[in-house]
Design a protein around this ligand. Structure first.
Ligand code: NAD
Length: 421
């Protein structure tokens, strides 16, 4: 495995966690490789009649604890390495939350913003046609990720139903409510992180009014801005793929949400309500109490980690902080609430959706919120205690917490199944 690969970096965290537990080295060996990664080339008809092809992957990283679970990303820079790393993180995230799932992930190498709606629909259906034999409510269950959403999940669920000849809503989560989606799935990722911060606020010594900077203003970024602003916290800077805006007095969150709703960048609000233009690169170093990376991987790295002024980082994105940046931030005394805990609210409510689809009985949104809060607080507290007891970072504690569960399940399957399952 190349040393500069994303998976290689992710495995650094596994090795680190393993030093704090006494587990069979075969368990670690099993967790170092994806069980299966399938690559296909999807060919679709474009609106102008031409044909175009796109690379696509689905990775089932580890299914020891249950069917593999993980989103599908549409992004021009998607690679097999990224998909496998995201699936590795899903394996640990599901174990952190004690969900009965393994980890998976999928991607299409495409910029969906350059496709028409009809072309995105054809691409989404082509993805399911290519991977239907891998998917299934008891085998592999996709969900939304970067640049995919509930509408796309709806098309995908419909395509799967046509292939198998019956409705099978539990095969995919993050669906529209009308197709068996769960109430509370839309803001679940941000809400889980919000409950976590609220629960640990006393332990972390957080101020009742925090200044917050948010990198990435999509599903995760918009909802965390809304939830924190509603509690009186000040959102002082946000960014998206086109740039950033800042206001030390606090940005107008409604104005930012309206801009995104209208398909515009957050930078389109510059000049209104005291919003000032900021370089997207500078967002990480904005003067604030809480930094929320909610965009893509490796956004806080060795080059900019020293500029971080926040005392707390809530990783709503997957893998936003590199291992080198981790060390720099730890030396500065910055506490990171790590991705496999902080953004696990999304997969947790996806799990609730799957449960509701299978039982055919749907819960009220209050019940979803209560169940999500209870799990975030239970696992967040357990990881906080591991962190204190072992004197390790919250990230290492989260990996230790998950690895213990994974090791127990791998060993329970029996050694004969280690490398053949
Ligand atoms: P999204 O597609 O809704 O939003 C992504 C946002 O990132 C957009 O605002 C985009 O403009 C912005 N962005 C892209 N490149 C950027 C850059 N260089 N600088 C600043 N902003 C940039 O995606 P999302 O669902 O909000 O996912 C964001 C992150 O959260 C990803 O890492 C994803 O894996 C993770 N995540 C999402 C969920 C979920 O349920 N949606 C669950 C867990 C983790």
């Amino acid at each position: 495995m190349p040393e500069d690969s994303l998976l290689h970096h992710a495995l650094v965290r596994l090795d680190e966690a393993a030093t704090h537990l006494s587990i069979d080295p075969d368990v670690i060996e099993k967790l170092k490789y994806a069980r299966e990664t399938t690559k296909v080339r999807l060919m679709i008809r474009m609106d102008d009649g031409s044909r175009k092809s796109f690379l696509a992957w689905r990775c089932r990283y580890d299914d020891t604890r249950g069917p593999t679970k993980g989103g599908i990303r549409f992004h021009p820079d998607a690679t097999a390495d990224e998909v496998e790393t995201l699936a590795f993180w899903m394996t640990f995230k599901c174990a952190v939350m004690n969900l009965p799932y393994g980890g998976g992930k999928g991607a299409v190498q495409v910029d969906p913003r350059k496709l028409s709606k009809a072309e995105v629909e054809r691409l989404s259906r082509a993805y399911i046609q290519a991977f239907a034999r891998i998917l299934g409510p008891d085998r592999d269950i996709p969900a939304p990720d970067v640049y995919t959403n509930s509408m796309i999940m709806g098309w995908m669920a419909d395509e799967y139903a046509q292939i198998v000849g019956q409705a099978e809503p539990a095969v995919i989560t993050g669906k529209p409510i009308a197709l068996g989606g769960s109430l509370g799935r839309g803001d679940a990722t941000a809400r889980g992180g919000y409950y976590l911060v609220r629960h640990l606020a006393g332990d972390l010594g957080l101020a009742s009014t925090m200044r917050v900077a948010i990198q990435g203003f999509g599903n995760a970024g918009q909802h965390i801005a809304r939830l924190l602003a509603a509690d009186g916290h000040k959102i002082v800077a946000v960014s998206d793929s086109e740039g950033a805006v800042a206001s030390p007095a606090g940005l107008h969150v409604d104005m930012l949400l309206q801009a995104k709703e209208a398909g515009r960048s957050v930078t389109s609000t510059v000049g209104q309500g005291g919003h000032e233009l900021l370089s997207a690169r500078d967002l990480v170093g904005v003067d604030c109490d809480l930094l929320v990376p909610a965009a893509l991987e490796n956004m806080v790295d060795a080059a900019n980690a020293a500029t971080v002024k926040a005392k707390l980082v809530l990783e709503l994105a997957n893998g936003p902080v590199t291992p080198e940046a981790d060390r720099i931030l730890a030396d500065k005394g910055v506490i990171i609430l790590p991705d496999i805990l902080a953004n696990a609210g999304g997969v947790t409510v996806s799990y609730f959706e799957w449960v509701q689809n299978r039982q055919g009985f749907y819960w009220a949104v209050e019940e979803i919120h209560d169940r999500l809060r209870a799990i975030m607080e239970r696992e967040g507290r357990a990881i906080w205690n591991v962190s204190r007891d072992k004197g390790v970072t919250m990230r290492t504690a989260a990996y230790v917490h998950a690895l213990g569960r994974l090791a127990e399940a791998i060993e329970a399957h029996g050694t004969q199944s280690f490398f053949t399952s």
